[in-house]
Ligand binder design. Structure first.
Ligand code: F6P
Length: 374
């Protein structure tokens, strides 16, 4: 009898609800349907570089509904890992661990950055598939990423709760929602929660447009407003400064120029910290209404996955096990309609999916009179 095939699993990047459901989906399908053995690696790519392994066969029960990841995660990159204070290329250590465990394939659960790291390892000779995970929903060529649906529910619930207190105190409440450089979470929760203003990274805003929208509401008798602002949203002036810093970085042709451009971009990003607090103060000054800030932060990533995320993670995970069985590697398992589809990692790696300006959600928000700040 041929020896059982062995697969490894790791979770990389920020955690998100549904990771354990996906680990269970792959693991149970790999073992139950295909007779494989399943090994987990702790703390993302670091666990692979440092061989922090755990046999998962007996650990897959009871995790479907559990938040976080039983494997732990990290943002470490195989080719640039901090080791004893130095940045080291650990690719060959990763390959050694893969070979030592006689893996036939490795499954990496993560977003666009994880796909980029996975592609590097594919080029180093490993058989890899990835599953799209992130609350930001910004992975290209998949209908959805798991984690997003749960975070959307959490952020919507928060906006619902903020409504009653904003209304009672006749205040503006500015609620900051995660999403990195994409506005999916803010737009979705803003629409579902009935925010009066929604500010997205994709649509740089004018603070005067926002204050005018709030004052129009006051004139109609609504002395409160909810402003849902994405963590990556910027004013039109800040967006211009950011664009210039980015294009300087792209244009840099010497190491010195690149270093200077990277430092300038970091300074622009640092200046963005506190943007939501500044926005609330500006709105208070422009409207005369008291303003308060709520930063939802990591509650959006914590806790049990929603039914939608459990379902998505389970079907992507089990489809992933089938692809490995068929010998299909170097792909992300994308959600496509009711089904799934393998998409070459080259088409996913390092890319981001912003909200298109003509997306039906954007149009729907505008049509119900929501101010998008432009
Ligand atoms: O990608 C998920 C996410 O939560 C983003 O929305 C957010 O910008 C980022 O991770 C926060 O990263 P960290 O966990 O490293 O603070």
């Amino acid at each position: 009898m041929a020896p059982a095939r062995r697969i490894g699993i790791l979770t990389a990047g920020g955690d998100s609800p549904g990771l354990n459901a996906a680990i269970r989906g792959i693991g149970k399908a790999a073992i139950g349907q295909h007779g494989m053995q399943v090994i987990g690696f702790r703390d993302g790519f670091r666990g692979l570089a440092e061989d922090r392994s755990v046999l998962l066969d007996r650990r897959l029960s009871g995790i479907l509904t559990v938040g976080g990841t039983i494997l732990g995660t990290s943002r470490d990159k195989p080719h640039r890992m901090l080791v004893d204070g130095d940045i080291v290329d650990m690719t060959s250590a990763v390959v050694r661990t893969y070979q030592k465990h006689r893996l036939d394939a490795l499954v990496c659960l993560g977003g666009g950055g994880t796909a980029k790291n996975a592609l590097r390892l594919v080029r180093a000779g490993l058989n890899i598939i990835t599953l799209p995970k992130t609350i930001d929903n910004d992975v290209v060529l998949t209908d959805a990423t798991f984690g997003f649906a749960t975070a959307l529910d959490i952020a919507t619930d928060a906006i619902d709760r903020l409504h009653s207190t904003a209304h009672s105190h006749h205040r503006i409440i500015v609620v900051e929602i995660m999403g990195h450089r994409a506005g999916w979470l803010t737009l979705g929760a803003g629409i579902a929660g009935g925010a009066d203003v929604i500010l997205l990274p994709e649509i740089p805003y004018r603070v005067e447009s926002v204050s005018e929208a709030i004052l129009r509401r006051v004139r109609r008798g609504s002395h409160f407003s909810i402003v849902a602002v994405a963590e990556g949203a910027r004013s039109q002036e800040d967006a211009e400064t950011y664009r210039e810093a980015e294009s300087r970085k792209r244009a840099a042709s010497t190491p010195d120029e690149e270093r200077a451009a990277v430092a300038a971009l970091a300074a622009v990003e640092a200046a963005h910290a506190g943007n939501t607090l500044r926005l609330a103060a500006q709105l208070e000054a422009l409207t005369g209404l008291e303003s308060r800030v709520t930063i939802l932060g990591y509650v959006q990533r914590g806790g049990a996955p929603s039914a939608a995320d459990r379902l998505l993670a389970t079907r992507l995970g089990s489809a992933g096990a089938d692809l490995i069985d068929q010998g299909v590697f170097g792909v992300m398992v994308a959600a496509r309609g009711e089904g799934t589809e393998p998409v070459p990692l080259e088409r996913v790696a390092g890319k981001r999916r912003p909200v298109p300006l003509d997306h039906p959600w954007v149009l729907a928000a505008r049509h119900v009179g929501t101010c998008l700040g432009d």
